[in-house]
Design a protein around this ligand. Sequence first.
Ligand code: BDR
Ligand code: CA
Length: 300
Amino acid sequence: KNKVIFDTDPGIDDAMAILFAHASGKIDLLGITTVFGNASIENATRNALYLKQRFAIATTVCVGADTPLVVPAGEPTTFVHGQNGLGDIDLPDTQPLKADSRSACDFIIETVRNNPNEVTLVAVGRLTNLALAIQKAPDIANLVKEVIVMGGAFDHNGHTGNVSPYAEANIIGDPHAADIVFTQKWSVTVVGLDVTQQSIMSNAYIQTLREQSAKYGEFIYQISRFYSDFHKQSAGLDGFYVHDSSAVAYLLAPELFKVKRGPIRVVCEGPAIGMALCKTTEKSLSHRWLAAATHTTNMC
Ligand code: BDR
Ligand code: CA
């Protein structure tokens, strides 16, 4: 099984990605580390604990950063994910499970050191926790198996940002953290909007899922109504983009993706703040060069 720490801001599509990872049976979910973004850190953590309890996910939940490294904290994107981060479904007032006493940063460092070259960090929110961990413990760069990020927009076939014309939410939410993560001596694969916006889950598909799975399907149907409405209004879709689950899909089935290699940097100030830039090449020039993934179908 793939040993994974899942760094996340649940978040509707984050919740779907967590369930995908859990239900795949191919992932040993060592931990879920939370970060601000789609919801406040309190709501993101509560949502992770709720998922852990409701779906009996054997994992550890650790609380992560509540603010970016340098730029001012923005408001949670409640217009995409609802006030509670899970599409405003009814959630219990009290949560029986508690988060681990370790911070996300310390949990990442400790777990990676205890499992050298075995842990994949799948990060589908702001990259603050990963940046804090690598800054505090640079040795983990050599100990992590792989970093897989959902973020950025690499403008293949005109795909640009979803927050500004240049920037995607997870990168502009903490551009300095993203730039730190993209310039370390570890292997990073980035699944950007150029991939995830090609993957659309239709409402008809969700309806089928609902009918076929009372456990997962019904829950995904419930939380995704708000998300579907947002996508209808903002993009005219009858369904929604599959952002965070695409990072899990890359981990489980990399053969579905075509990977290009190149160094990635992030614009950290000015009008294009949050823009992730990748100069791709067919050759891998150094181990510090990073990868941007795109669906094979996009390349034909
Ligand atoms: C990313 O932003 C969030 O809304 C999603 O959870 C995803 O991680 C897409 O830009
Ligand atoms: Ca997310």
